[in-house]
Ligand binder design. Structure first.
Ligand SMILES: Cc1ncc(COP(=O)(O)O)c(C=O)c1O
Length: 362
């Protein structure tokens, strides 16, 4: 047998989303709220895409590998200088590239958990030594606790925090991240801000310009509703950008994604009205949880984690109604996660869940 890389061999395959939503026979009213995407296309992209498609050679030519116009637009949007920014086909690829560029066998990496577990794959494939700092409910990240844990581990190469956290929904201030970065200058602080647009907490992106050990990941998949186009970026200190550029494949960020990304940032009022709608619906859902005695974690993202007495049965019953949610029971016993969409999508979810209250509360 041909042997794979020994670290890859040890991994379990990541569990993917149900595939039936992609079938041509799938009913048109499927409500896909399992993976924290926008549940349906934001119509302003469809209009813009039609215009973009009319431009020459977007299909035949490789894209602009340096994403020059896109990086300039990102720089204006987040107020970080262009040479501190690197684009990727999704922030996942940014995480992977960072791990491949910086981790060696046996390097110590810590992740605040529960968290977005795809990151573990990128760490483990390098043979690095991952430790999970599991926060207790209600998941408050305390500076002293984290600093003591890092100290007791000896020198950490990398520290990962999803901020806001997926799946629990809490967010951490930039001040705490800055304090940690100053205290541990040899550790790369990887702050995954996939959901930052849904919270009032400020992005830590400016820290990447200020410190040699802070890396911020941003995504167009969540608040921007562009998960299918695969676009994300990283803000990182220049030496790290230079290192990652040695292995980053710029051909992977398509011209459609680059152009739609620029459009989205230049027309942020459109995206903002979607974000406002989600924030409104999130409150509506959380209020419903309060009124019906369903336990949940207040969320700063476009999702809510809530308790079910029978998570598996609840997911199954909702699926039969065309609503796909995520069972998080294996990560946090008794919990399921829903993505928050528009007001009407959330109303449909609530109406449907109300039919199955016996799977929620005992
Ligand atoms: C915390 C976090 N980071 C990154 C991603 C992936 O983002 P992208 O689509 O930009 O690769 C996700 C997707 O669920 C996520 O929850």
């Amino acid at each position: 047998m041909i042997k794979p890389n020994i670290y890859v061999e040890k991994l379990d395959a990541y569990s993917i989303t149900p595939q039936d939503v992609w079938s041509d026979d799938a009913p048109p009213d499927i409500l896909k709220i399992d993976w924290n995407e926008a549940p349906s296309d934001l119509t302003f992209y469809q209009k813009e895409l039609k215009k973009i498609i009319g431009k020459s050679n977007l299909i035949a030519w490789y894209p602009d590998c340096l994403s020059i116009d896109l990086i300039e637009a990102i720089s204006n949007f987040i107020n970080v200088r262009p040479n501190f920014i690197l684009t990727f086909p999704g922030s996942d690829v940014g995480l992977d590239t960072l791990c491949r560029s910086y981790l060696n066998v046996g390097d110590k990496v810590m992740a605040i958990c529960p968290t977005y577990e795809n990151f573990f794959v990128y760490v483990n494939q390098m043979g690095a030594d991952l430790s999970k700092l599991v926060l207790e409910e209600p998941f408050i990240l305390d500076y002293e606790l984290v600093a003591n844990e890092i100290e007791s581990h000896g020198e950490l190469k990398m520290f990962y925090l999803a901020n806001p956290n997926n799946p629990c929904g809490y967010a951490v201030t930039s001040e705490i991240i800055e304090k940690l970065a100053i205290k541990f200058p040899q550790t790369i602080f990887v702050i995954d801000e996939a959901y930052i647009e849904f919270t009032k907490i400020l992005s830590s992106a400016p820290l990447a310009e200020k410190y040699s050990n802070v890396v911020i990941l941003r995504s167009f998949s969540k608040a921007f509703g562009m998960a299918g186009l695969r676009l994300g970026y990283m803000c990182a200190p220049i030496p790290l950008i230079q290192t990652m550029n040695k292995i980053r494949n710029g051909k992977n960020v398509s011209m459609m994604s680059q152009k739609l990304g620029i459009f989205a940032m230049e027309n942020f009022d459109l995206v903002k009205s979607w974000i406002d709608e989600v924030v409104f619906s999130r409150k509506m859902f959380q209020d419903w949880c309060i009124n019906t005695d369903v336990e949940f974690f207040p969320s700063e993202g476009n999702f809510v984690l809530f308790k079910a007495s029978s998570p598996f049965e609840l997911c199954k019953a909702l699926k039969a109604e065309g609503i796909y949610i995520r069972n998080r029971d294996s990560l946090l016993p008794g919990y399921v996660r829903i993505t928050i969409g528009s007001r009407s999508q959330t109303e449909r979810l609530i109406r449907t869940v109300e039919k199955f209250m016996n799977y929620l509360v005992d």
